[in-house]
Ligand binder design. Structure first.
Ligand code: KG4
Ligand code: ZN
Length: 329
């Protein structure tokens, strides 16, 4: 079965073709980051309009790269939500329009399920069951995953998501958008002993998170400097990253202990963070568990994860597909 995946929940237009026998055939992505950068964040109206511009050329690109004809597509999966309503509507309309024109079934996919299953696209994928840490711009969740569609929430953020904390703190430091990669790069030059920031909910005895206080702590440090220089910024960035990474790693260890599982999967944009990866790898070696990451290009939003999640869903339950244009975003 060949599934076309369409992702358009935020500021990335992603299309991909996944074959349940041959694997990923092609994927193409257009990031709108340069367009939104000047506004310091995503402008929803601009995002929707750009998805309209990019989607069809990207579709043509994946068809050309994979060498398959439109009619060889067996089903079309699109991101149903969560995300920006207008942006989602563009992807859903294109997917459903194609489905109706080609007379192929369509399937709405939960964006987080796409992220959650994205490590399974790697060359050495984890087997079920595993613990998953989902760290994106909008969500921070720990989950027990027993199979496709079998997810149990173990804990989540009570306020800001990890990616949101990265983005907001980067903005406070004047590092632009998107903040995650920028603050992470800056942190490399920071002195780890310069500042100590709080580790929110580190000892909460549950698997929940809270990151809004960390952002406020960054704000306080920034305000304490009348003339902030690059080294100050690097030191604050370092303190922020160290605090956030320590909490994420500690909660992952607690989730593994609570479930008795030995496989940890990291998904979502913050999963691309090198400091987080190094800390998790060190913990994995020490505590004898295995940690799996998606390929770097599949950490952030992409069409491959939607094509893959859609294909997995349809394999288990073909009747889940829709034949008409009816969706909720
Ligand atoms: O998963 P994603 O692409 O979109 C959502 O579904 O939210 O995640 C985007 C988030 C942003 O907050 C971005 O700053 C963060 O992931 N991010 C990073 C890195 N790359 C992306 N955060 C820290 N370090 C990175 N290298
Ligand atoms: Zn995402």
């Amino acid at each position: 079965m060949i599934v076309l995946g369409v992702e358009s929940s935020c500021d990335e237009t992603g299309l991909a073709l996944y074959d349940t026998q041959r694997g990923l055939l092609a994927h193409a992505l257009y990031s709108q980051v340069a367009m939104h950068e000047q506004y310091g964040g995503v402008v929803p109206e601009l995002a929707s309009r750009d998805h309209i511009r990019r989607a069809i050329p990207l579709l043509q690109q994946v068809l050309a790269e994979s060498g398959i004809a439109r009619n060889d597509i067996d089903a079309i999966a699109y991101t149903q939500g969560p995300g920006l309503a207008g942006a989602l509507l563009v992807g859903a309309s294109i997917a459903c329009g194609l489905g109706l024109a080609l007379d192929k079934p369509m399937l709405g996919v939960h964006h987080l399920e796409g992220h959650l299953l994205s490590p399974l696209l790697a060359s050495d994928p984890p087997t079920f069951p595993f613990v998953a840490l989902l760290v994106s711009g909008g969500h921070t969740q720990l989950m027990r995953v027993d199979g496709v569609g079998q997810y149990a929430l173990l804990g989540e953020t009570l306020d800001d998501a990890a990616g949101e904390a990265f983005d907001k703190s980067a903005k406070l430091l004047g590092l632009g958008y998107p903040g995650g990669p920028a603050i992470s790069r800056m942190a490399e030059f920071g002195d780890p002993t310069a500042y100590q920031l709080p580790r929110p909910m580190l000892h909460s005895k549950n698997l929940d998170f809270s990151f809004s206080g960390l952002k406020t702590a960054v704000l306080t440090l920034v305000k304490n400097h009348t003339n902030i220089c690059d080294q100050d910024k690097a030191n604050i960035a370092r303190a922020f990253v160290d605090a956030l990474v320590e909490v994420l790693v500690a909660k992952c260890l607690a989730a593994l202990k609570q479930t008795g599982l030995k496989r940890l999967v990291i998904a979502g944009g913050v999963g691309a963070n090198q400091q987080l990866r190094s800390a998790l790898n060190a913990a994995a070696e020490k505590r004898r568990f295995r940690v799996y990451y998606p390929e770097l290009e599949f950490c952030t939003d992409n069409g491959a994860m939607i094509a893959f999640a859609g294909a997995m869903r349809l394999q288990i339950k073909p009747e889940a597909a829709q034949r008409d244009y009816a969706f909720n975003v």
